[in-house]
Design a protein around this ligand. Structure first.
Ligand SMILES: O=C(O)CCC(=O)c1ccccc1C(=O)O
Ligand SMILES: [Mg+2]
Length: 368
């Protein structure tokens, strides 16, 4: 049985991947993505499972502190059975002892190993074999953003997410330019990345409402849920919480306060697929929409989130999983495929993808 498999070795390789072009959000400019690919092997080394940690302050602790937690965690899991390892990981995650990206990486790697042993998909059965995704447009100059939006629509995307910079004038011009360039039939989402005050948000959301916005992510600072609740009651545009969600407890507070119309869920920053699934279930009972997104991981992390997006019947909205093209390269042996604004679930057991050793070696880093 898969649960009886013994884990022999758990190791990780840190990577450093440049972005194709620096990516601007209200949190600043991102030009390099750091993370690590985790590999777990069964006794005898016949089976492997893979996961990815890709921390990103302020959404998570920094890479150095996530890596610092790994040796003790790995020591507690090595040479246990797969079933025990998953239970131990869950225990430590629930006790709040582990940084979220470390739990996500280990959980996915263990589930990948188990699903490969069973010859089934990571989270089978699936509600869909392809997941609609939004293209993401950085907070670049209005004409550049409009051109990027046009290209995304030409590539088949029906939903775009536009990053705001916090510069009010440019944000307004960028939004007008993007809406004009794509026409009325394309869904538009905005992401303010926690950059507005309550008064500013009320004013800007009224100004942006005529552009037909599906929702705005995180208009206000992460920790003031009461203000978010007030804004939601007055806003002509639906409100999504992103930075305000740090795990199950914060999700429960948001649901309790009815502070958001939409929850943006990043398993990388929520401590894995299991707590994310719990949030999806609790949100569904209250009629709150959930949208899964990447944390700008490489293909391993994106693919894990894709499996959850494909598996759960409630996740019908476009997911934020079209971020691989922001990176200069991926680390997969076979690329993930985007077709007509949808990301295909790869066939094959487990994640259905593996890291490419040569690519991993090329972008590996020993700087940490
Ligand atoms: O949602 C998407 O389309 C892409 C993912 C994304 O924007 C993101 C990625 C990493 C960290 C934060 C965010 C964000 O939504 O603010
Ligand atoms: Mg966001």
């Amino acid at each position: 049985m898969a649960a009886d498999l013994t884990l022999e070795r758990i190791h990780w390789q840190v990577y450093c991947l440049p972005l194709r072009a620096p990516f601007r959000t209200a949190h600043g400019l991102l030009s390099t993505r750091w993370g690590a690919i985790v590999e777990v092997s069964s006794a005898g080394g016949s089976l492997q499972g893979y996961g990815e940690l890709a921390p990103l302050p302020p959404f998570s602790p920094a890479l150095s502190s996530v890596l610092a937690a790994l040796p003790a965690l790995v020591k507690s899991l090595e040479r246990t059975s797969l079933g025990e390892a998953l239970a131990l990981l869950q225990e430590q995650q629930e006790a709040g002892c582990l940084p979220a990206p470390a739990t996500f990486a280990l959980e996915v790697a263990l589930l990948d190993l188990r699903a490969r042993a069973l010859g089934q998909g990571l989270l089978a059965p699936y509600a869909r074999q392809a997941v609609p995704v939004n293209a993401v447009i950085g907070a670049s100059k209005p004409d550049e953003a409009a051109e990027a939006a046009r290209q995304a629509v030409a590539a088949g995307f029906r939903c775009l997410k536009l990053k705001l910079s916090g510069d009010e004038q440019q944000d307004g011009e960028r939004l007008a330019a993007v809406r004009a360039s794509v026409g009325g039939a394309i869904a538009l989402r905005l992401d303010a990345n926690a950059s507005w005050s309550l008064a500013q948000a009320e004013r800007l959301l009224r100004a942006y409402a005529p552009y037909d916005i599906a929702y705005v992510e995180q208009p206000l600072a992460a920790d003031d849920l009461e203000e978010l609740r007030q804004l939601r009651r007055r806003s002509p545009i639906p409100i999504a919480a992103d930075e305000s969600l740090s795990g199950l407890e914060s999700a429960r507070q948001l649901l309790q306060l009815e502070a958001a119309d939409v929850l943006i869920l990043k398993p990388q920053f929520l401590g894995g697929l299991r707590p994310t699934l719990q949030i999806i279930e609790e949100a569904a009972t209250r009629g709150v929409t959930c949208v899964l997104t990447s944390a700008l991981e490489t293909g391993i992390g994106i693919c894990a989130t894709l499996h959850l997006a494909a598996a759960h019947p409630a996740l019908t909205q476009a997911a934020g999983l079209a971020t691989l093209s922001l990176l200069r390269a991926d680390l997969l042996s076979e690329p993930l495929t985007y077709n007509d604004g949808q990301l295909q679930l790869p066939p094959g057991p487990g994640l259905g993808v593996r890291p490419d050793r040569a690519a991993l070696a090329r972008y590996s880093s020993s700087a940490l």
